[in-house]
Design a protein around this ligand. Structure first.
Ligand SMILES: Cc1ncc(C[n+]2csc(CCOP(=O)(O)OP(=O)(O)O)c2C)c(N)n1
Ligand SMILES: [Mg+2]
Length: 397
């Protein structure tokens, strides 16, 4: 049995059921095993209807989004692991500190990282070496406990570290590439039918007169038992001021990751739960737009993303973003795979009310592009710690 096969089998036995992955040529075996297992359990479910298929696989396009996605799945009750190459570890530092670490102010959400540790002795690609050398330092910096996995005989090391995970710590397996064996490749298909969606999308020429405070107030008048995951800064603060409740999850960090948390949460609950509303900002979407492509693909029908687009970094001084008069966020969502039928462009209060009402009773995932003005209403900061926000939300599930 190869190392990745062993890791996969051990994690499945430990009940880890939510995986996100970004391939390294040395970790493909893990992804293969994962897909095989999911297909098998789907097959079994088809012939024996009562068998649930609760193993998720979400292919990533950016590592830091995997940290937030996993955190979202965790608050929905999943046990999560993420597979990637150590080159991606640098991209993840902010999210590791904000969501996983044991620092004051962190959400202290545990996750398991399976890292292809490139750049070691025997590495032929020199560019892998800087990250190879610093991988342990980054994990130390972010409070992630780790162990080196060199061969399939390291099973006891895997099991030992999993005990740390059970105590609520984030852990990492640093897997040495099997350089002698060489990388694994999926079979090449020499003729592939590529059907790619084009994009035609209406231009926008509208006055934005609604404030964010008003928009959130309108939405909160319609919300009953739904979940809300809200983005960093003033949006979460206004939401807290307008209607604080147990099913509000305030992100006080992680710019651009609110919708990834919401996606993970939605997937881990499945589509039978209450609707999940996610607030995002224009600056946030522009910072992390590529991961939008995961949403239409994963198709969480109960997710409603509401982008409150004021055209500025409202929480940090009202400085304009590219969304103000250049980039059309609805069109961006369309390019990343949202069908036009699930996108709404909204600038009026009544339309917002009607469309939220519609989305609460119809299948999504929806992408609401809400044009608001840049009015700044002073509101207090959120009085809860990140851990309190997490605990309260999880106990209201
Ligand atoms: C990675 C990162 N970069 C920058 C910041 C600082 N920051 C916090 S909120 C914010 C503005 C976000 O703007 P937007 O998403 O448009 O939301 P708005 O405040 O306008 O509602 C910025 C730049 C941060 N917290 N994290
Ligand atoms: Mg903004």
């Amino acid at each position: 049995m190869g190392i990745y096969n062993l890791l996969f089998t051990t994690l499945i036995k430990a009940g880890i059921n939510f995986y996100s992955t970004l391939p390294c040529s040395y970790n493909v075996e893990f992804i293969q095993k994962l897909e095989e297992t999911i297909n098998q359990s789907n097959y079994l479910r088809n012939i024996k209807k009562e068998l649930p298929s609760n193993i998720h696989h979400v292919p990533l396009v950016r590592e830091e989004s995997g940290v937030a996605l996993s955190a979202g799945a965790y608050i929905g009750g999943a046990k999560t692991a993420m597979l990637f190459q150590n080159q991606g570890l640098g991209n993840m530092i902010t999210q590791l500190l904000a969501l996983n670490s044991q620092q004051e102010g962190s959400y202290k959400i545990p996750n398991i990282y399976i890292i292809s540790h490139r750049g070691l002795e025997g590495e032929k690609i020199a560019a892998q070496k800087p990250l190879g050398k610093k991988t342990g330092n980054i994990l130390d910096l972010t409070d992630i406990k780790y162990t080196f996995i060199q061969s399939p005989s390291d099973l006891d090391k895997i099991e030992e570290l999993l005990l740390e995970y059970d105590k609520g710590n984030s852990i990492a397996f640093l897997v040495a590439p099997e350089y002698e064996q060489g990388p694994l490749r999926l079979d090449a298909k020499l003729s592939i039918n590529r059907k790619l969606q084009g994009a035609t999308f209406p231009s926008i020429n509208k006055k934005a007169t609604m404030s964010r405070y008003k928009a959130i107030s309108i939405i909160m008048n319609l919300v009953e038992n739904e979940y809300i995951i809200s983005n960093i800064g003033h949006p979460s603060r206004e939401l807290h001021q307008i209607k604080d409740r147990g099913r509000n999850f305030y992100l006080t960090s992680s710019l651009g990751q609110s919708y990834m948390l919401a996606l993970g949460f939605a997937l881990s609950l499945g589509n039978n739960s209450e609707k999940i509303l996610c607030f995002e900002g224009d600056g946030a979407i522009l910072m992390n737009s590529a991961s939008l492509s995961l949403i239409p693909d994963q198709n969480p029908t109960n997710l409603i993303i509401i982008v409150l687009d004021n055209g500025v970094y409202g929480s940090t001084g009202n400085v304009p973003t590219y969304a103000l008069n250049k980039l059309n966020l609805g069109a961006i969502a369309h390019v990343y795979g949202f069908p036009e039928s699930k996108i709404r462009i909204i600038s009026e209060k009544k339309t917002l009310r009607d469309e939220v009402e519609f989305a609460l009773t119809h299948d999504g995932p929806f992408f609401f592009h809400v044009l608001i003005n840049d009015f700044y209403k002073p509101v207090p900061i959120i009085p809860f710690s990140a851990e309190e926000i997490k605990r309260r939300f999880m106990s209201n599930r």
